[in-house]
Design a binder for this molecule. Structure first.
Ligand SMILES: [Zn+2]
Length: 276
């Protein structure tokens, strides 16, 4: 099982949050410092991979050339398997639409230059769709075929734009909420080879843990709910989701780089002749 999006650095105990039973976790940086933490976590754990970028609620930081240079530098690390999260957030209104668009365009260019997927965050106020429509237009205009609609909320035009571009669609714990019929309906419309699941830990715990801090292990609950929605065999769906994540993030290249950076094995000890 793969958690395609979490924030280990925001979990109360980041070490405990790492689940050795998962095939992979992608921990996502939201600014320069947190992107460094994501890479450090990936170095420390063989099944953790990093994404680096500037979050839409910090988007104005991308106007700073030193921030862009630092993220660009980190993005080349072989354990960095995605750029972002970037995107459009009209829920918090912390940053202007212009600043978010600038940050998106810059991170899209970085993702394109490196051939890594772009992780997109989209959030609107209840009943509004400005962010979803801005995101749909940005994807269509960007012409980049490698991205993830993270924590997908079900907006039909955004889904159409993402699928037309060849992107993946990642579902989080809110798929399991009683009120989320539109999210489940969207999941049923995504081709199975484009589906991903995530926790967005420490946020958005799936049922029956809603309201408690989330951790990557809970991605299994969301995958089980997705199997229910699709009427799919849970184990077959799990294999499909792992294969999708492998293809999307290119974990194989990161695994190969881990092998190269391992220290040389010590030379065999000389026989001492004194032990049995
Ligand atoms: Zn996130």
């Amino acid at each position: 099982m793969t958690d395609s999006h979490c924030h280990l650095d925001r979990c109360a105990d980041p070490e405990a949050a790492v689940d050795p039973g998962l095939v992979a976790m992608v921990t996502v940086g939201t600014d320069v410092e947190r992107s460094r933490l994501a890479i450090a976590a990936a170095r420390a754990h063989p099944n953790v991979y990093a994404a680096v970028g500037v979050h839409p609620n910090d988007a104005s930081r991308a106007a700073d050339a030193a921030t862009r240079a630092a993220i660009t530098d980190l993005a080349g690390d072989p354990l960095v398997v995605a750029i972002g999260e970037t995107g459009f957030d009209r829920y918090w209104d912390d940053e202007s639409p212009e600043a978010q668009r600038f940050a998106f365009d810059w991170q899209l260019g970085l993702a394109r230059a490196l051939g890594k997927p772009l992780v997109l965050h989209v959030r609107d106020k209840q009943g509004r769709e400005e962010a979803a429509l801005a995101a749909a237009a940005a994807i269509a205009g960007g012409g980049y075929g490698n991205g993830v609609l993270h924590c997908f909320s079900g907006h039909p035009e955004l889904l159409a734009a993402g699928l037309a571009a060849g992107w993946y669609v990642s579902f989080a714990g809110n798929l399991t909420y009683k009120s989320a019929a539109d999210i489940r309906a969207a999941a049923a419309r995504v081709p199975v080879e484009r589906l991903l699941v995530e926790t967005d830990s420490p946020y958005l715990s799936p049922m029956p843990l809603r309201g408690k801090p989330n951790s990557p292990a809970n991605v299994r609950l969301t995958a089980a709910a997705l199997a229910d929605v699709l009427g799919a065999d849970p184990e077959a769906l799990e294999r499909q989701l792992d294969a999708n994540a492998e293809r999307c993030f290119g974990f194989a290249a990161a695994r190969a780089a881990r092998g190269r950076s391992d220290p040389e094995p010590p030379p065999p000890a000389a026989p001492s002749g004194t032990e049995a």
